[in-house]
Design a binder for this molecule. Structure first.
Ligand code: GDP
Length: 360
């Protein structure tokens, strides 16, 4: 980072919600696999608790769509997907005035349609005012569908029978009507005219990869068109949120954090919420997964880094983290003079979270 006034557009932070077994984990695995397979050498795709799909991958994956959408461009640095799906984690992603998530994917099994947790997820998204896209997953299971693995949805459409197309539309319109009942206008993404008014439904198969290019292109396009202002960040003390508090061999208690603003540095003094009030501590180490290794298989395989730039998922090692609370804000203290103010801000925010968050 250069001067203090330097600013940039960060990666949007995307979460995945939906009913159990509708394919959230499979979708994230597919996206992660795509990111790893298509990245440039040296590009880091694995963060702590999150996966990055860099701009270079977005460009490659969406390339086949150029013929349908010639004006498609990628000018965000990538997309940061939170790796763990589900409501519980999502409710940990609070920030003052909403959610750390910039966008959500609501995964619905296209054959099963809306289920209990689909409604629950939708209610949370409504309450937190998080924009979302509906992922109509498992299109490979639609009657008569002949899969074209890893192709775009629009390409795959061309080789489907009239019957399969009609069956797909039938299923999609069941989803569209459920969304309508819940107060949302929705349509298949390629029929949407105004994305500010209509929720886009993207048919995909997390299993075969069909529709993944459209999904990534749509997220990119929506963010670039409607969210750029929210994504502007600059070289200033970081803001983040605690995803998880974890014991890490050799490091003691650590926190996994999502940084959504600014730059976080080793040696920074941070304030976060603890069970018995705000914790003030100094960052001893910042840890990222070692490249090319999956964190879940190689627990503890970390690389030490000096700083991270938003947006990022990172593990923080510091003293006194035993009582840290998941969902707490993390603020860097820019100078000793303002320590009191930062502590006060964390205290206020947490009492707000505890009052508003009860019952979630
Ligand atoms: P989650 O509970 O929402 O995370 O769902 P999972 O990702 O664990 O998926 C539940 C089941 O559905 C698993 O057996 C997956 O293999 C299967 N599945 C997920 N996506 C697809 C898909 O696109 N097509 C098919 N045929 N099966 C899928």
């Amino acid at each position: 980072m250069g001067s203090d006034t330097e600013q940039w557009i960060r990666q949007p932070i995307v979460v995945v919600l939906g009913h159990v077994d509708h394919g959230k984990t499979t979708l994230l695995d597919k996206i992660r696999g795509t990111a790893v397979a298509k990245k440039e050498p040296g590009e880091i795709t694995q963060h702590v608790g999150a996966s990055m799909v860099p701009a270079s991958v977005l460009k490659k994956v969406t390339e086949p769509l150029r013929k349908f959408f010639p004006r498609l461009t990628v000018d965000i640095p990538g997309i940061l997907f939170i790796d763990t799906p589900g409501h519980e984690l999502f409710s940990n992603l609070r920030r003052r005035g909403g959610s750390v998530a910039d966008l959500a994917l609501l995964v619905v099994d296209v054959v099963e349609g809306f289920q209990k947790q689909t409604y629950e997820a939708l209610n949370i998204l409504k309450e937190k005012r998080v924009p979302f896209v509906v992922v109509a997953n498992k299109i490979d299971r639609v009657e008569g569908w002949v899969s074209k693995p890893d192709s775009s949805f629009l390409e795959s459409l061309k080789s489907q029978s009239q019957r399969a197309l009609a069956k797909l539309d039938e299923r999609i319109y069941v989803i569209v009507s459920k969304l309508y009942e819940q107060g949302f206008e929705a349509d298949r993404f390629d029929r949407v005219r105004d994305f500010r008014k209509t929720v886009a439904v993207v048919p995909v198969s997390a299993k075969t990869g069909e529709g993944i290019p459209e999904l990534l292109a749509l997220i990119t396009g929506l963010v670039q068109q409607f969210m750029k202002k929210r994504l502007v960040t600059k070289n200033e003390p970081a803001k983040g949120v605690v995803l998880e508090v974890k014991e890490e061999p050799g490091f003691g208690t650590t926190v996994d954090a999502v940084i959504f603003d600014g730059v976080l540095k080793r040696g920074d003094t941070i304030v976060l919420a603890g069970k018995n009030g705000p914790i003030v501590t100094k960052i001893r180490a910042l840890l990222m997964p070692r490249p090319l290794q999956d964190m879940r298989m190689h627990e503890g395989a970390f690389t030490l880094i000096d700083q991270v730039v938003a947006a990022a998922g990172v593990k923080i090692s510091a003293a006194n983290l035993d009582d840290a609370l998941a969902g707490s804000p993390i603020y860097v203290v820019p100078s000793d003079e303002v320590l009191g103010e930062v502590v006060k801000a964390v205290r206020e925010e947490v009492s707000e979270i505890i009052v508003r968050g009860s019952g979630n």
